[in-house]
Design a protein around this ligand. Structure first.
Ligand code: NAD
Ligand code: ZN
Length: 251
């Protein structure tokens, strides 16, 4: 397909979902069975699940940590890190993913709106900063306590909770002239609304994934394909192609 032009005046906002990590071997949420890695969201990823069975929640996220540590960034993660290198402050990446594949590919202007797998935070939200935590917990008694005495919970934003730093996200969307959305089903809110906010501001909106998302009608371009195959050649910057896998700008 013809590459999509990025002009010197463009500001690019990227939203990624579970699909961008699929080619790295991490299962998406709704895959075929409506389960995430064999579990229903209600059992492992809601405030109620945490209250009912914190041991199961930590067991689930410990397994996600094990899988995440084995996975490697794929050409889609790398293409976005390279695009950031070329655009600098005109680039912002917001991910719904809790894995760290974007940062391991080199992304820096990056925000994890649904939290991070390798962190933990106070369940009472006492105000202490989240801590780095890569532990694989075998039992709840192994999980540490916050300095206030409350239990530590995964840093993850559970379904039903408000995503992190929504103000910053909204500011970035308001400034964006081009929104790229990759590998998300358009079913988790408020992320599924970002494309509508961008369109209201007149931005071009591009979706990349193997099938059209639920909110496909709001996109000016839908590119059907796997992220790792499509992203490395998707954009042309000031008339030059932008390629992934360390190749920089194509002359
Ligand atoms: N890796 C992770 O961190 C991870 C994994 C699963 C779920 N989650 C969480 O669950 C929620 C699920 O929502 P979601 O919309 O991100 O995921 P989703 O599972 O609802 O949707 C995944 C989307 O990715 C697409 N997809 C599949 N393979 C792809 C590929 N190779 N390239 C591009 N797209 C591909 C599918 O067509 C689908 O639309 C997220 O909010 C996230 O926090 C995170
Ligand atoms: Zn605390």
């Amino acid at each position: 397909m013809t590459p999509i032009s990025i002009l010197p005046t463009d500001r690019v906002f990227v939203l990624t979902g579970a699909g961008i990590s699929a080619e790295s071997g991490l299962p998406t949420f709704r895959a075929d069975d409506g389960l995430w890695a064999g579990h229903s969201v209600e059992d492992v990823c809601t405030p109620d699940a945490w209250r009912r069975n914190p041991a199961l929640v930590w067991e689930f996220y410990s397994a996600r940590r094990t899988a995440g540590a084995k996975a490697e960034p794929n050409p889609a993660h790398i293409a976005l890190a390279e695009l950031e290198t070329l655009l600098g402050e005109r680039f912002f990446l917001c991910t719904q993913n809790v894995d760290d594949l974007h940062e391991r590919a080199g992304s820096k202007r990056l925000h994890h709106m649904h939290g991070e797998l390798n962190k933990a935070r106070c369940e009472d939200a006492c105000g202490r900063a989240p801590i780095e935590d890569r532990a694989i917990y075998g039992s709840l008694s192994d999980v540490g306590r916050c300095t206030c005495g409350a239990r530590l919970r995964p840093h993850i934003v559970f379904f039903g909770e408000i995503p992190l730093e929504m103000d910053r996200i909204q500011e970035e969307i308001e400034q964006a002239t081009l929104m790229l959305v990759v590998g998300t089903s358009g079913s988790v809110y408020p992320a599924a609304n970002f494309v509508h906010w961008a369109r209201q501001n007149g931005a071009r909106t591009v979706y990349v994934g193997p099938e059209a998302p639920l909110n496909a009608a709001a996109f000016t371009h839908v590119v059907e394909g796997k992220a790792g195959a499509v992203l490395p050649g998707l954009f042309s910057l000031y008339g030059s192609g932008v390629k992934g896998q360390g190749s920089g700008v194509r002359e």
